[in-house]
Design a protein around this ligand. Sequence first.
Ligand code: TXA
Ligand code: MG
Length: 303
Amino acid sequence: MNDVSKAVNLLRSGGLVAFPTETVYGLGSDALNDLSVAKIYAAKGRPSFNPLIVHVATVADALALGEFSSDALMLANTFWPGPLTLVVPRRAHCKVSLLASAGLPSIALRIPAHPLALELLQKMGLPLVAPSANPSGRISPTTAQHVRDGLGGRVDFVLDGGPCAVGVESTIISFLDGHPRLLRAGGLARDVIEKALGQTLHEAQAGPLHAPGQLESHYAPRAKIRLNATIWQDGEARLGFGTMDAELNLSRKGDVVEAAANLFSMLHQLDQQQAAVIAVALIPMQGLGEAINDRLRRAAAPR
Ligand code: TXA
Ligand code: MG
């Protein structure tokens, strides 16, 4: 039996399987099974008010679960499979566990652009919920080893697809009140989405109903983080960018796409050096720089 078939069998019997996507590794479970969805919250130690993204194999599968406006459908057709999650109203007879939506009348959907994830979804024939496969509040995993280090025995199987190409989570856009809103900057840059829509994205509205996952302290390494470093100080672990160089450099050529792919992996490595402080070079806000700076700001937030 190959690894994907093994994963499908485990998922069908209510198990938890971590799998690679182009963004980060997800901790997957059958989205229709309340018990296995509950196991995900338990394995991550995740606050129950923070809903999960439902992963599907095709746009038609997504349309069966959520109500798409014409703009939402256009984004799905343009960018799926890809690092974009769409939050839309749940259909009345949507079979996805209510626990996955954390009781909200909306549902978050995406098709991941990774051959193993797509093969898994197709063979499974059911949607999979998959938060990032890390303990809640910790750095997201971009390799199978990160998943094993963080979740260990709490996951039944890890499908290993090598390092994730994008390296930061999907961009989340909601379509709940007529306006497309950016809930989370991520692997698909804002300007690319705005160009496709022909309009600028609105900001997320405050409050748990709209951006429930946007907890201030998140992605936290054990060390404290010092942001926007323009000089290095003694005793700090260093994360460079461009000409602000260090042993670990997110991108020596100053490329934010390369930096996103390296971000979580390098934070994991630096955290293992047991330094009290990790200093991170200034990263420009262009393109994926917005998502990188968002993750770094949360990692640096007081806990
Ligand atoms: O790239 C990704 O999106 C990865 C991979 C595995 O697909 N998944 C991921 O999941 O980042 P997670 O659980 O770490 O983040 C999901 C985010 C949370 O911030 C959550 O609050 C938000 O999606 N979300 C889920 N359902 C929502 C909803 N109905 N309304 C608003 N936000 C929602
Ligand atoms: Mg996460």
